[in-house]
Design a binder for this molecule. Structure first.
Ligand SMILES: *[C@@H]1O[C@H](CO)[C@@H](O)[C@H](O)[C@H]1NC(C)=O
Ligand SMILES: *[C@@H]1O[C@H](CO)[C@@H](O)[C@H](O)[C@H]1NC(C)=O
Ligand SMILES: *[C@@H]1O[C@H](CO)[C@@H](O)[C@H](O)[C@H]1NC(C)=O
Length: 244
């Protein structure tokens, strides 16, 4: 009799064990655009996600479009933070972040400074995580009188740091100036340990904390976040001859 009960318990356990859990909805995807583009430029990506993962809610954030994307990156980080918070609050299972080019830096700064986030995976798509030092068509358009080798004169000033590109301009020939002047990338990459190198007022990025290094693989909330970047290995020389 005892063995019958044992068999019954075993079968019951197997029944519950192999029962499929209810299907969970796919995690929402948040897309952050890059320099000089806008939410409208991501139609193809939206279509692709809709085809490959039907039912996924994709939000391409329509903020700091076109010329507005030149605004200082900490200002943009704050704007995007306000936009992602309600989406995250509605996503019990977390969200995926896909951040293109300059957007990849914005997203990394978000992950580093948000008190709470539920980013499950962070895809940094072609983002200049170690900065940019490259002469490109758009650069010549933006700064017609300043070529690659001279841009440091503008970028490493208080005025220059008011332009997003200068926030991550990383001129290897003027390393000291970069470390002294970069308000965004140097503190974000922990290249400058400065008492106030903590981003915008109230940000939680701690000087000396390693969570925001170029190869960041952890998140402040402990969520399983992975950061990837084609240029993301610490010590790599910036080499981004393309639009960030
Ligand atoms: C998609 O997500 C946004 C932001 O959370 C929400 O406002 C919207 O209602 C969602 N759409 C659907 C179809 O779930
Ligand atoms: C960087 O700042 C330090 C400390 O203020 C200063 O001694 C140094 O001259 C600065 N370097 C440059 C290249 O401005
Ligand atoms: C750091 O910030 C405080 C308060 O904003 C300011 O008084 C101080 O001068 C700053 N220190 C440096 C080294 O910039």
């Amino acid at each position: 009799m005892g063995s019958l009960w044992g068999l019954w318990a075993l079968l019951w356990g197997l029944f519950w064990g192999v029962r499929c859990p209810p299907p969970t909805p796919p995690r929402p995807v948040i897309v952050v655009h890059g320099l000089l583009d806008s939410a409208r430029d991501f139609g193809r990506l939206q279509e692709f996600i809709a085809e490959s993962h039907p039912g996924t809610n994709v939000s391409v954030l329509d903020l700091f479009d076109r010329g507005q994307s030149l605004r200082p990156l900490w200002v943009q980080v704050e704007g995007f933070r306000r936009a992602v918070e309600p989406i995250m609050a509605n996503a019990a299972g977390g969200v995926h972040l896909i951040c293109y080019s300059q957007g990849g830096l914005i997203c990394r700064a978000l992950l580093c400074t948000m008190e709470q986030h539920n980013v499950h995976s962070f895809i940094s798509l072609a983002a200049p995580q170690m900065g940019q030092y490259g002469d490109t068509q758009y650069l010549r358009w933006l700064f017609p009188r300043h070529m690659k080798s001279n841009l440091y004169r503008l970028c490493y000033t208080a005025l220059g740091q008011g332009v997003s590109i200068c926030n991550y301009w990383n001129d290897p020939h003027h390393r000291d100036l970069y470390l002294n002047s970069s308000d965004f990338l140097a503190p974000l990459n922990d290249e400058r340990l400065h008492p106030n190198a903590s981003g915008p007022p109230g940000a939680t990025l701690q000087p000396g904390s390693r969570t925001c290094c170029a190869s960041a693989t952890s998140s402040s909330s402990g969520a399983p976040t992975t950061a990837s970047s084609p240029h993301g290995s610490p010590g790599a020389t910036p080499k981004t001859p393309r639009r960030p």
